[in-house]
Design a protein around this ligand. Structure first.
Ligand SMILES: *Cc1c(COP(=O)(O)O)cnc(C)c1O
Length: 388
């Protein structure tokens, strides 16, 4: 087998932690916990139900929620769909007004566009120069008929962190609901839903060392009566999301969230050290700049734009696995909507890379990546600057 590239794309997905895999496989075979959690009449079902409820508690614990406020979904995409469509539908024929931003994940952008086509009025907020949505911008966007504000906690391309509390207070004062996509925030930002004025929050397991295909939506008490199910059939999850619960996925997500809680401080310190080791030599290169706020950010995700004519991302070839943009955009190779909203043109966007670090990044990986990126700068062809 060829040597695999260095992995610098933890924001796209993470490997499943070995300890999480152990929990997961115990929920599959005949000797394991394979029952249907809805089969309440026998021990197999009851044991599966216990695993599901334990996991619900583990997810709730990391984010300061109550277990009963966590609804299982197939991932953050579905959580976003449930939050946005579910609230809009409950709001009903009044249509009304929704506030979101231009730099949301596609799972929010495309869902809001769908609602917009259905007659909901939408304000698309632009980020400030730091890649943040200010509380003031939200305040100015609110209208009498605004029923929902949806903004991400952590931007998946920039690593910037919106001020959930300041924005939430304004939304709450107004009376609308506040949804946050926190797929990139869980385990990286200290989240306290018991205190935060946030009504709905989306999570995904595979950004936090759990498996793909499982996520959750936090539904706070204000949001519960203002949310309608989007998937029907059996009335699971208090009627909010039908479908047989995937015990192995759910138990794994719970284990992943518990591990994140246990190692929270240690992991953040580890990532910050690695980020500094990476950034220092790269910022010494001529004309390299970081996109997004230098202070309101997580250390895990870095978006770097290189100087015209001084960087050839193709030269990184198969040696580093990174994203030119987010994994979700790269399917169609379009320039990043986030970078365009920040004021970059398409050519600057093409000289931008996202490097994201995680649990299995070692110091040697950092040093090797720095060496490779420096070489890619040296290898930039003179014609790179020529418009095409
Ligand atoms: C990855 C991601 C999603 C999608 O999550 P899935 O679980 O893959 O559906 C949504 N929003 C953000 C910000 C993400 O990073």
């Amino acid at each position: 087998m060829n040597k695999r590239p260095l992995y610098f794309d933890y924001a796209a997905t993470t490997p499943v932690d070995e300890r999480v895999i152990q929990v997961m496989v115990q929920c599959l075979g005949f000797d394991g916990n394979f029952g249907n959690p809805a089969s309440s009449s026998h021990a197999f079902g009851q044991e599966a139900r216990r695993a599901v409820e334990q996991a619900r508690g583990q997810v709730a614990q990391l984010v300061g929620a109550q277990a009963g406020q966590i609804v299982w979904t197939s991932g953050a995409t579905e959580s976003n769909n449930l939050a946005l469509k579910g609230v809009a539908q409950a709001h009903g024929s009044r249509k009304g007004h929704l506030v979101t931003s231009l730099i949301e994940h596609k799972a929010v952008l495309d869902t809001v566009k769908q609602l917009e086509e259905g007659g909901v009025a939408v304000t698309w907020l632009a980020p400030d120069a730091d890649g943040l949505i200010s509380a003031q911008a939200v305040r100015e966007a609110l209208r009498e008929d605004t029923f929902l504000v949806s903004l991400m906690l952590v931007n998946n391309e920039l690593g910037t962190v919106n001020d959930a509390v300041a924005i939430g207070e304004i939304v709450r004062e107004h009376g609308a609901l506040f949804h946050m996509d926190a797929a990139q925030g869980a385990g990286k930002v200290s989240i306290d839903l018991a205190r935060w004025p946030v009504d709905l929050m989306s999570f995904s397991a595979h950004k936090i060392y759990g498996p793909k295909g499982i996520g959750a939506l936090y539904v706070g008490d204000r949001a519960r009566p203002r949310l309608l199910a989007q998937i029907h059939g059996g009335g699971h999850e208090g009627g909010l999301r039908s479908g047989t619960l995937a015990t192995h996925q759910i138990a794994a997500m719970g284990a992943a969230f518990e591990l994140a809680a246990q190692s929270f401080d240690e992991e953040l310190a580890h990532i910050a050290r690695l980020r500094n080791r990476l950034l220092e030599p790269l910022l010494a290169l001529p004309g390299v700049c970081i996109n997004g706020s230098a202070t309101q950010r997580i250390a895990h995700t870095l978006s770097l734009t290189f100087n015209e004519g001084e960087f050839n991302p193709a030269a990184l070839g198969d040696s580093i696995a990174f994203s030119a943009t987010s994994a979700c955009n790269s399917a169609n190779n379009a320039p990043s909507h986030v970078l365009l909203a920040l004021g970059h043109d398409e050519r600057a966007a093409s000289r931008t890379i996202r490097l994201s670090l995680g649990r299995y990044t070692h110091e040697q990986d950092i040093d090797e990546a720095v060496r490779l990126i420096k070489a890619a700068c040296a290898a930039a062809p003179a014609f790179w600057a020529t418009p095409t």
